[in-house]
Ligand binder design. Structure first.
Ligand code: 3H9
Length: 696
């Protein structure tokens, strides 16, 4: 393996190049190499200035996350950066790609910064449950003030080099030949300039404190329950109140506190789980088919959302609707998204026009004859979907990939309407499809590998997080949701109000409780499903009919202003409804149930146990290939708090043996619903965890 850091010279300029693919993460060998190279360059009498640059696709994208959790080995990054900043010769950081986390902190510790104009910089540690731990919280506010620094650290999303340049975080932007430009720039420099001594960001103390107050608000609302944002605030405050050295020490302690927390372990797990979910056997065996044009059948909420997601990725879309009026509505649904963005100033009129230039509408299926892929997004009814696929089969070219956006229906029942079932897969988008990150890619038996690989390629192009799911009713997510939804219904009938259940779920870290979520999605969907399943359901299974009584009154949730909650005057947040409580009372009375109290802990233990037990069945049946895929599904599609890593990661931390004991205790009350999954029993007997399965 080549050296992770090399030192060379161009005239009197020393070039320190970091070469640790794929993202030049700052592992121990890189830190050591960097420290040594800077020391050598400084000691070389011929050298007048030093350039630090990354080889390959990027300046370092941060500390090596794989090292976290293992004993830290010297030299530590903060000391390496101090070494750089203390250099008596000017140091220029030359940035390209994504200079993130520890990488951006190296740049902040360097005396000067030059960047390619398409580079991006940022401090994304908060997404890992961490804070910048190598001086970032101390140097950044000194340079650009608290408001911008907190924004960068709270959002964690990189900013463009252009924005950073405008804020004075980067000295020079260049369009090409970064190394040449950095060498030329370094040649002009005669003195060092230490970021730790900067004070311009601290100059307006009142504005600084106002920004801290606003960040506190965000930390206690949008980022509620998370530890890192509060620690970031405390560190930024230290820049105002403590000298650099003390602030740095404070930052270091906060960093280690975060690193030791369950939250960072959960979020780091989510980071790797997200990447692992894209690695599926089919994509390893076959290359994706070309994907340069897309057809979308149906212009309703889902069809329009999918269309927007595709247009945003630069993919031309032909939307098919059954008649001119429907097509008009479909186009309007797409335009509405861009009009909203335009009104908010998030896009320009030119951008809107250029994106809509990729859109074509038609009522004639034969206009799809050249499309590389088509996604059907019509009503969730098998006969309608089969009709669409029979038509698609007639017009699509032989190499085209055919996909159905369905949330429940067996793909085999859809693909059998074609003469090419091996070219058909399921793509379960989540609403709104242009925003939600999760994409379940449903792989029926017998589908061609390159068709599956194309599904994953589409997900990457659309910026979605794909999860491979087997072809089972409800796939991964909705199947498990069905189970814990029933568990919530049981608790409601046994004595907990929907509002108590939702409050417990919210306190756990979800953005909303399950009943608020039902109201948002529309209660009629579940009602239809329950009616359709009425003849096939297990008669011994407990049947809670509270939601049916609510639907019978025409209360379908937010869209009707009434569901489990009341939404007066179009309110988005519901209020408790005494009439719903009366319906629940009446149902209990009908069944002779004496209501009992549920504590928050009771509610969450049952809720999580039902979720994890069904997840075990999903794994046992290979509907999900690994526990981390279930974590990804729930974090990105169902609002499970990312800082808990996902339900399976949570269960490992809670203790599988304890969870199994809970399930066995519940089983004595309802042996039909609470059957311990054999997989869970097996894992507990072997003393294993879900993480062991992930590794296996
Ligand atoms: C930090 O810096 C703490 C400091 O403040 C203080 C320290 C004391 N480490 O995402 P991709 C791997 S915390 C190790 O598919 P992309 C990734 O797992 C860090 N590995 O590519 C994948 O491996 P594989 C703060 C890393 O082009 C491969 O690289 N920094 C790291 O879509 C390609 O990744 C961050 O949080 C890493 N830091 O996106 C940045 N980063 O092929 C995290 C990536 O085996 N990284 N890998 O699956 C990212 O956001 C994206 O990876 C990036 C590239 C935007 C860089």
């Amino acid at each position: 393996m080549s050296d992770p850091v090399t030192l060379s010279k161009s005239g009197t300029i020393a070039i320190v190049e970091i070469n640790n693919p794929p993202v030049n993460a700052l592992g121990q060998a890189v830190r050591e190499g960097l420290s040594d190279a800077v020391r050598q360059a400084e000691a070389d009498p011929e050298v007048t200035a030093i350039v630090i640059i990354g080889a390959g696709r990027t300046f370092p994208a941060g500390a090596d996350i794989k090292e976290f959790g293992r004993p830290m080995r010297e030299p530590h990054l903060p000391e390496v950066i101090d070494r750089i900043e203390s250099s008596t010769k000017p140091v220029v950081a030359a940035l390209h790609g994504t200079a993130l986390g520890g990488g951006f902190e190296i740049a902040l510790g360097s005396h000067y910064r030059i960047a390619l104009s398409d580079a991006r910089v940022g401090l994304p540690e908060v997404h890992l449950g961490l804070i910048p731990g190598a001086g970032g919280t101390q140097r950044l506010p000194r340079l650009c003030g608290a408001e911008m620094a907190l924004d960068i650290m709270f959002k964690g999303t990189p900013i463009s080099a252009k924005v950073a340049h405008a804020a004075g975080l980067i000295d020079h932007l260049v369009e090409a030949d970064l190394l040449g430009a950095a060498i030329a720039y370094a040649g002009e420099l005669t003195e060092v300039r230490r970021t730790r001594e900067e004070t311009r960001g601290l100059a307006d103390e009142a504005a600084f404190r106002t920004a801290l107050g606003a960040a506190e608000q965000t930390a206690n609302t949008r980022m509620r329950g998370q530890m890192a944002p509060l620690q970031i605030i405390a560190c930024v405050k230290a820049t105002l109140e403590q000298p650099f050295a003390e602030g740095r020490l404070y930052e270091r302690n906060c960093f280690f506190e975060c690193l030791a927390s369950k939250q960072s372990k959960g979020m780091i797990h989510a980071f790797f789980a997200e990447r692992a979910s894209a690695k599926v056997p089919e994509a390893g065996r076959a290359k994706p088919r070309p994907l340069n044009s897309l057809g979308v059948v149906g212009g309703g909420t889902m069809g329009a959302g999918i269309t927007v997601a595709a247009l945003n990725s630069g993919l031309p879309v032909t939307m098919i609707e059954r008649d001119d009026d429907s097509l008009k509505r479909g186009r309007a649904n797409v335009e509405e998204v861009y009009d909203r963005l335009l009104a908010k100033g998030r896009i320009t009129a030119d951008h809107r026009a250029s994106v809509m230039g990729l859109y074509t509408g038609s009522t004639d299926y034969s206009d799809l004859s050249d499309a590389d892929m088509v996604i059907e997004a019509v009503f969730e009814r098998l006969d309608v979907k089969r009709g669409v696929f029979a038509q698609l089969d007639k017009v699509m070219k032989p190499s085209a990939v055919l996909a159905s956006n369905t949330s429940y229906i067996d793909i085999d029942h859809i693909s059998s309407a074609t003469n090419r079932p091996d070219q058909v897969l399921g793509l379960h988008f989540f609403s709104p499809a242009n925003i939600m990150k999760l994409l379940e890619i449903v792989v029926p038996k017998g589908v061609a590998d390159d068709v599956v690989a194309t599904g994953f390629a589409l997900a990457k192009r659309l910026g979605k997080v794909p999860v491979r799911a087997g072809n089972s009713t409800g796939f991964i997510g909705n199947r498990i949701l069905g189970k814990y939804g029933m568990c919530a219904a049981h608790m409601m009938e046994d004595g907990a109000t929907p509002y108590e259940i939702d409050a417990a779920i919210y306190a756990f870290g979800y953005p909303m409780g399950i009943h608020a979520m039902y109201d948002l999605a529309g209660l009629d969907i579940g009602w239809d499903n329950r009616k359709a399943a009425a003849t096939t359901r297990n008669p011994d299974e407990r049947d809670v009919q509270i939601a049916d009584r609510i639907c019978e009154r025409g209360w379908f949730g937010q869209k009707t202003g009434h569901g489990f909650y009341l939404y007066p005057d179009g309110a988005r947040i519901g209020t408790a409804d005494p009439e719903v409580l009366a319906i629940i009372e009446a149902e209990r009375a009908l069944k002779g149930i004496t209501p009992r109290a549920f504590s928050v802990e009771d509610i969450m233990e049952r809720y999580m146990a039902s979720m994890v037990n069904e997840a075990c069945e999903v794994l046992r049946e290979a509907v999900a290939l690994k526990p981390s895929d279930i974590d990804v599904t729930f974090v990105y599609g169902y609002g499970f708090p990312r800082f808990r890593g996902g339900p399976m990661k949570y269960a490992d931390g809670y203790g599988l043996d304890k969870m199994l004991d809970n399930i066995r205790a519940y089983e004595t009350q309802d042996p039909v619903f609470w059957k311990p999954s054999p997989l869970l029993v097996e894992l507990v007997a072997a003393g294993k965890t879900f993480d062991d399965l992930n590794k296996g």
